[in-house]
Design a protein around this ligand. Structure first.
Ligand code: IMP
Ligand code: MG
Length: 184
């Protein structure tokens, strides 16, 4: 059982900074796909739900939205490394322009697995964006084409990202710091 009173959340990226960076990313994505007939925006559930909601509102393109879900950290802070697809896309992506939207790239195993699967379906063009990147934790050579913020090796929550399913509703990104038994 996780005791949600045993940690505090320290500010890392403000809501205003996220807002400004998402706007910049949306401009880059719109420019990249400016000649598309349709862009299929694929969110990795569940952590990307807030990012994708903000991002698609700023894309000046014909857009469809789909989701894929992978197995998660099982309420721990350790990456499972064995990635399973727990919910697949509803639509086909063969010959389509695709934008993959991830919350955070950590070891890279999740993104690696998902991108290999999506590439096997032969999309026309595929661009990958991640709100956060922890490059110091990488165990694969996968990378996002577009990154919102590079962050240090801290466990983060907020703006859709959880610790044991909690704190997704914070409007900013914070880092979890566990309290000593005396509460400090
Ligand atoms: P990876 O497979 O190790 O790259 O981990 C990717 C997934 O783990 C992300 O999509 C997140 O859902 C989750 N994750 C990675 N780092 C964190 C974190 O600091 N806080 C919460 N979830 C994280
Ligand atoms: Mg995730």
């Amino acid at each position: 059982m996780i005791d949600h009173a045993s940690y505090v959340i320290e500010d890392l990226v403000s809501a205003a900074a996220i807002d400004a960076r998402v706007k910049e990313m949306a401009v880059e994505i719109t420019q990249h796909f400016r000649d598309t007939d349709k862009l299929v925006v694929i969110g990795l559930l569940r952590g990307s739900f807030m990012f994708i909601a903000d991002l698609v509102r700023l894309l000046d393109l014909p857009v469809e939205v789909d989701f894929i879900e992978t197995s998660s950290y099982n309420d721990t802070m350790e990456s499972s490394r064995e990635v399973r697809i727990t919910k697949d896309l509803r639509g086909e992506i063969e010959g389509q322009d695709v934008l993959v939207v991830e919350d955070i790239v950590d070891t890279g195993h999740t993104l690696n697995h998902v991108l290999t699967l999506l590439e096997s379906r032969r999309p026309a063009r595929m661009l990958v964006c991640a709100l956060l990147d922890k490059p110091s934790r990488r165990e694969t050579d996968v990378r996002a084409d577009l990154v919102g913020f590079e962050i240090p090796d801290k466990f983060v929550v907020g703006y859709g990202i959880d610790y044991a399913q909690r704190n997704r509703n914070l409007p900013h990104i914070g880092a979890v710091r566990f309290l000593e038994p005396d509460g400090q």
